[in-house]
Structure formats: structure tokens, C-alpha cells
Design a protein around this ligand. Structure first.
Ligand SMILES: *[C@@H]1O[C@H](CO)[C@@H](O)[C@H](O)[C@H]1NC(C)=O
Ligand SMILES: *[C@@H]1O[C@H](CO)[C@@H](O)[C@H](O)[C@H]1NC(C)=O
Length: 390
């Protein structure tokens, strides 16, 4: 349940929801690959049920059944190939008489890989929805995709199929993914501290289990992820106090709590700030070179290779990890700057500014916090994500 695939599904659902929420008919394309006379791409609309293969394609043969052409009853024929390796069959079904979901269910029971519902009128394509009344009884079990095609394309496909032509179609969901301006933007407010008990362990588990998925989503442009780190500044009157000296860098400008809540042992708050700063800089340098997803590798590897427990929570250990990922150490050092200097660090200043709420989002003060499309969610990560996305 907690595997990467689960996260992918949630994020994809969020995107589907974002699109559906604005009453946009989600279109994808049907590509006819044979017969020659019909070759080409045609528009179609994805049903609001079943499992569209977002980002994927599905190729199959088109079958137009002799009877039960509206698929309102169970079929007494099978659309399943007899041998393994047989290409899937897409069943052409006429619109009307019963719910789209009933048609899909009957076709699925008979082994269809997808249904192509032929519109009954010449009209702009609509989204096939699940009915609100009791006709939905198999809804939860419909897994095959359903697409609505225009009356014209449907008629042409029927003719070809009835002529005995090999009618081959490719369903392509790659273009139905949200465009760059519709991608999910999310922020993860986190911390490099690995000695805060269950909270830190949970953050690390999240990074470990979500890393692969996050990277794929980012590489394909479905998401724009930004990590953030909370720091606060030391009140001016206290900048020279022992507390601020051990918790802050840049003369009290950026502080974090002591990992063990004990100033006399282990690492200090300022060590956490410095490592957080390394993580923001890794993101910045990686993002500037078009590979923002390297942040996930860095955070993951750093936690494993440089734990506080083993006294490896250091600049040196961080440098090894950074170099192992092929990132430019000079750029990172420049970004980190001099923690002892009595001056602003532009990166941490920007992080502090980002903590301040704007619009619908409040100030970020608690770790870990997830901000999805500028709404703030926090607490137990998996539960939060569920709330965000449904
Ligand atoms: C859906 O499938 C599950 C598992 O096979 C079954 O227990 C359930 O009754 C089905 N639900 C409907 C509404 O068909
Ligand atoms: C990351 O790069 C993208 C694309 O170049 C840019 O829009 C975004 O603002 C960058 N994010 C940060 C935090 O620098």
C-alpha cells in the first residue's frame, strides 16, 4: 500500500481531478493504424471511470459485435484472444439505451481490453460519466478504459470491420496528461536533522518510498517539486548569547533547534542549518542544470551515509555525496557561502521569506509540511496526502 506506485496513483488522481474539476472534457487520441484508408489520428474523450492508462498507449484490434451492439446485456461471445500474446480486442459499442458503465462492464466480462463508444449524433465529444443512481453497481470493478469517439469515425470503423478488414487502433493517453501549466506543484518542508525520533524517521521513510515516483513524475514534467527548510532568526539582543551561537549561522540570522535539545553534546542547531543549506543548494544547482530530481538522491544518500549517530553529519561527508552525484561542488560551495560571515545568505533569506503565508496558505511553522498547489497540509504524511488528493 505504501509503495511508490501508490503515490503515483494519488498524484495522477490529483491531476485528473484538477482537469475534471474545471469541466474540461479530457481528450486523448485514437490513432487508426490500419486499414490504410482510415489511417490517422482522431480525437476521443476518456470515460470518467475505468482506469485510463495515463502516460501510456494501448494497441488493439477493433471488433464490432454482431448482436448486443449497445452492450446493455451480457455478451454470449468472448473478445479475448485464445492464445497468450494475442493482441487485445477493443469493442465498438453504440451509444444509448443503457449507462456507459453498464456497457463497459458487459464488455469487460466478455474479455474486451477497452471499449470505443460510438456517439449517436454529430456533436462535440462529452465526458462519459458514471450515473448517479443505482446503475453503478459494478463501477468499482471496471478496469478497462472507455473512450467516446465521434459518430463519423465510428461509422467508418464499423464499415471496415464489417468488410473483414483488419482494423487496428492505438489508444494514446500521453497527450491527455495535463499541460505544463496544469501540472501539480508541490513543496515539501523538511529538515536534514536525523535525530528527532519518530518524526525524523517518518520523513526519511517518506523520502525513501516516494523518491522513485517523485523522480519519474518530475522527469516527465507532471510535477514541479520544491523542497524547503525552516529557519528562524535570533533576536538581535541575543546574537552573542551561547544559545544563538550554537543554534545559528551568519551571526544569528538563520537558526534551528539543537538536535538533542542539549547544547553541550552532539551536534548543534547550527550544524542542522548548515546541512539544510547544503540541501537547498543541491536542489538549486541541480534545478539550474535541469535535473531537480537529484535532490531526492542527495537527501536519501546523505541520510544513509552521513548520520549524526556515526558522527558523519559533516560538510566533508556531504561533499562526498554531492560529488558522487556528479554535481558541481564549486557551485554548491558558492551557494552555501560562509556561515561565519556577518551577512545575509540569499538562499536562506529566500527560504525565510517563503515561510510567510500568502493567499490561501498560512505561514509554515511545523515540520514536516506538504504544500500542494499552494494549500498547506501537514501531520502524518500518508494521511495528509489522502486528504489532499481526494
Ligand atoms: C467487485 O469485485 C470484488 C472482488 O472480486 C467483489 O467482492 C465485489 O462484490 C465486486 N463488486 C461489484 C459491485 O461487482
Ligand atoms: C527550478 O527550475 C524551474 C525551471 O527552470 C524554475 O521555473 C523554478 O523557479 C526553479 N525553482 C527554484 C526553486 O529555483
Amino acid at each position: 500500500m505504501m509503495g511508490p506506485a501508490w503515490w503515483a496513483v494519488l498524484v495522477l488522481l490529483a491531476m485528473a481531478d484538477a482537469v475534471a474539476g474545471r469541466f474540461v472534457v479530457e481528450k486523448n487520441s485514437v490513432q487508426v493504424t490500419s486499414p490504410e484508408s482510415l489511417k490517422g489520428k482522431y480525437e476521443c474523450a476518456i470515460g470518467n471511470f475505468g482506469l485510463p492508462q495515463y502516460g501510456g498507449t494501448l494497441q488493439g484490434w477493433v471488433v464490432y459485435p454482431k448482436d448486443n451492439r449497445q452492450a446493455c446485456k451480457e455478451f454470449d461471445v468472448s473478445f479475448k484472444g485464445h492464445k497468450s500474446g494475442a493482441r487485445p480486442n477493443f469493442v465498438l459499442i453504440d451509444r444509448g439505451e443503457c449507462f456507459f458503465t453498464t456497457k463497459a462492464w458487459n464488455a469487460q466480462l466478455a474479455g474486451a481490453a477497452a471499449i470505443l463508444v460510438v456517439d449517436s449524433k454529430d456533436e462535440p465529444l462529452i465526458t462519459m460519466d458514471n450515473p448517479e443512481d443505482t446503475g453503478t453497481k459494478h463501477l468499482e470493478n471496471i478496469t478497462i478504459p472507455s473512450v467516446l469517439i465521434t459518430k463519423k469515425l465510428g461509422e467508418d470503423l464499423k464499415k471496415s470491420a464489417e468488410n473483414g478488414d483488419m482494423v487496428s487502433v492505438l489508444l494514446d493517453w500521453r497527450e491527455s496528461l495535463p499541460h505544463p501549466d496544469e501540472r501539480v506543484e508541490y513543496e515539501f518542508w523538511t529538515n536534514s536533522n536525523d535525530e528527532c525520533g519518530p518524526k525524523c524517521d517518518m520523513q526519511m521513510d517518506f523520502v525513501k518510498s516516494f523518491r522513485g515516483t517523485a523522480q519519474v513524475l518530475e522527469q516527465k514534467g507532471y510535477t514541479q517539486f520544491t523542497p524547503h527548510y525552516i529557519t528562524w532568526y535570533c533576536p538581535e539582543a541575543f546574537t552573542v548569547s551561547k544559545q544563538c551561537k550554537s543554534q545559528c549561522i551568519n551571526h544569528g540570522r538563520y537558526c534551528a533547534p539543537d538536535p538533542e535539545q542539549d547544547f553541550s553534546k552532539g551536534y548543534d542547531g547550527k550544524d542542522v542549518v548548515v546541512q539544510n543549506l547544503h540541501q537547498v543548494c543541491v536542489f538549486k544547482v541541480a534545478n539550474d542544470t535541469g535535473k531537480p530530481w537529484l535532490w531526492w538522491d542527495y537527501v536519501h544518500d546523505f541520510a544513509i551515509r552521513c548520520p549524526m549517530k556515526e558522527k558523519k553529519y559533516t560538510h566533508e561527508c556531504a561533499s562526498h555525496v554531492i560529488k558522487s552525484l556528479g554535481l558541481d561542488m564549486d557551485k554548491i560551495n558558492k551557494c552555501v557561502g560562509d556561515p561565519e560571515a556577518d551577512e545575509e545568505n540569499p538562499i536562506l533569506k529566500a527560504e525565510q521569506d517563503a515561510q510567510i503565508g500568502h493567499g490561501k496558505r498560512g505561514d509554515v511553522t511545523i515540520l514536516p509540511t506538504l504544500v500542494v498547489n499552494n494549500r498547506q497540509y501537514r501531520g502524518c504524511l500518508p494521511v495528509s496526502w489522502t486528504k489532499v488528493l481526494f
